[in-house]
Design a binder for this molecule. Sequence first.
Ligand code: DHB
Length: 389
Amino acid sequence: IKTRVGIVGGGPAGLMLSHLLAKNGIENLVVESRDHETIRNTHRAGILEAGSVKMLTDSGVDGRVLTHGDEHEGIDLRFNGESHPLDFTDLVDATVTLYAQNEVFVDLAAARKRDNGDVRYSSEVTAVFDLETETPKFHFTDATGTDFEVHCDILVGADGSRSFCRRAVPGTQDFKIEYPFAWFGILTEAPKSAPELIYANSPHGFALISQRSETVQRMYFQCDPNEDVDAWSEDRIWSELQRRVDGPDGFTLKTGNIFDKTVLKFRSFVREPLSHGRMFLIGDAGHTVPPTGAKGLNLAFADVKVLFEAIDSYYSTQNSTLLHGYSDLALKRVWKAQNFSYWMTSMLHTPVDADPFMAKRALGELDTVTSSRFGQQYLAESYTGWPHS
Ligand code: DHB
C-alpha cells in the first residue's frame, strides 16, 4: 500500500489527525489494533478544553459535542470537609466541556467513515522501518490474517502509552515518575450529586465526583495500584466515596446502581524527542500524564494541531522546517501539562504512608490557591487550557 501519511493508532489522536489531513486532501491510512467496540467501551476522562471542542466543531467532525456535551463554568475543590468553588468564567473567562472521551472517539470514527477514510481496525502493526529515509514503512496484519507493507512519506505513532512505534526506536531520553496510588473508577446510575465536578482531598485520600449525564455519573477514589475490584461491594464503594467528601455541611452523595468498576494505574512519562527521522509521536505514544485535571486527550489534540500544521505546510511548500520543529514545539505544552497534572495530583492525593508534614503542607497549598484570586486564576488558566501556539 502506498499512502502519504501512515498513522499507527486509531484512537482520538490518530483519527483527529487523519480527519484534518483528509479535509486538506492529504491521503492517509490509519491502522488500529483494537476493534471499534473495544475502543468505544474504553472509559477515559471526560473534560475537553475549549480548544479541543473547537477542533471538533471547526473541522466538521460533528456538533454532538455541543448538543450532548455539558458546559462547566468551574470546579469545586473540597478539603478539610469544606467546599471551595472556582468560577472559571469569572476568573479567566473560559469554560470546559464535559464530554466523555469514548464519545469523542465515536464521533471521529463516524466522521472518518462518512468521508470514506481508510481506517483498518483489528489490524496489528508488526514492524516499522526505514524511518530515517524519505519513505518510512510499516507492516501490519489485518483481521483476516493478511499481511501488508505500507510505504509512506510520513509515519505517525498515535498508538497509545504502550506504543509499538515509540519502542521501535531509541529516544535521547525517557522521563518518568511513578505514583504509589491508582484510581478506582465507577460508573453509576444516579442523579448528579452537585452541579460542578468535585475534587476532594481528605484524610482518607482523594476522590473525584464527576458526571456523564443527568442519569449516569462517573466517580473515582484513590486506591492501591493492586486493588482488586471484586473486593469492593457497592456498599463498600459508597461508604468509601462518602467519607472522602464528608464535612460539616453534611454534603451527601447521590447513590445508585454501580455498573462499571475499574482500577486505573497511571504515571507521568515523556519521550524526548517526539520524532525520529520521518516518524512522529503524538498523544500518549509520546507522553502520558496522571488523570487529575484531565489533560491527556487535550494534550493529544494539541499535538495533532501542531503536527497537522507541519505536515500541511510540508505538502504545500515542500519545506520541512515545521516538521523538524514539531517535537520542540509540542514539548513546550507537554511539559506545562506535565507540571499541572503532577501538581494537581500531589496536592490532592495523600500517599498511604505519607509523612504527616506532607499531608498538612498539601492543605496549606490548597488554602493558598483557593484563598487568593491569583491562585485561583493560575489553576483556572491551566485547567481550561493555555492558548494554542
Ligand atoms: C474526569 C476525569 C478526570 O481525570 C478529571 O480530572 C475530570 C473528569 C472524568 O472522567 O469525568
